[in-house]
Write a protein of this length. Structure first.
Length: 246
């Protein structure tokens, strides 16, 4: 129970990596505020959090909409752990990327991350509270890959934001890091990985020879939120099976 008594907020908590992070934080002793678009999915995750003996609060809304972003302010007053797991991708050739698709990716992956983090940090500073902020980035925040120009741009920006925030907030004992996974089987990636040729190409680039699982990312998030990581800030923990080491 390394996080006993702590309050966490997880965006994108309804499914995939966000859900895994929320449940892992609960298992580690934290109460969890859950944010995502689907109320039905959040209610299910909330029940699973409660089954682990922790409190759960639910905020259903689209973080790309100003009115929904404002509702997050109501659940951050005692937050000391923030996990930005909401994200999206639209794989396509650079020449085919529309302004609409570019805006959608940047709005959720970067803008929403920026604004949610800003709200939580404001509350942390007002309360004089130390904390941990972790954003789910990607190995694509460190390298390039065909058909992912907009996604790579958003994740490289997240890595820059992480470093700048870490330096600015260190005097207030607020640590800021990212977790950068390789391809993980989630509802977002499953249709892509169903393509045998694409799956084979991905696996050929991972020295460990296997895809990630949501629990791999969640374990890194719990570690970064704990006192075991008290000297870690401004870094990217790459849960990528060695992809970026090549």
């Amino acid at each position: 129970m390394v996080l006993a008594g702590r309050q966490a907020l997880v965006t994108g908590a309804g499914r995939g990596i966000g859900r895994a992070c929320a449940l892992a934080l609960a298992e580690a002793g934290a109460d969890v505020a859950l944010v995502a678009r689907s109320a039905g999915e959040l209610d299910q995750v909330a029940r699973e959090v409660q089954e682990r003996g922790r409190r759960a609060r639910v905020v259903a809304g689209d973080l790309c909409r100003e009115q929904d972003l404002g509702r997050v302010a109501g659940v951050v007053d005692d937050t000391s752990i923030l996990v930005n797991a909401a994200g999206t991708n639209i794989p396509e050739r650079f020449v085919d990327v529309t302004a609409e698709h570019l805006d959608r990716i940047l709005d959720l992956n970067l803008r929403a991350t920026f604004l949610v983090t800003r709200e939580v940090v404001r509350q942390m500073l007002a309360a004089g509270r130390a904390g941990s902020i972790t954003t789910i980035s990607s190995q694509m925040g460190h390298v390039g890959y065909p058909g992912r120009t907009a996604y790579c741009a958003s994740k490289h920006a997240v890595e820059g934001l992480t470093k700048a925030l870490a330096v600015e907030l260190a005097p207030q004992r607020i640590r800021v890091n990212s977790v950068a996974p390789t391809f993980v089987e989630t509802p977002l990636t499953r249709p892509l990985l169903a393509d045998d040729a694409f799956r084979a190409d991905v696996l050929s680039r991972i020295p460990l020879g296997q895809l990630g699982e949501p629990r791999d990312v969640a374990a890194a998030v719990v570690f970064l939120a704990s006192e075991e990581a008290r000297m870690i800030t401004g870094t990217s923990l790459r849960v990528d099976g060695g992809w970026t080491a090549i």
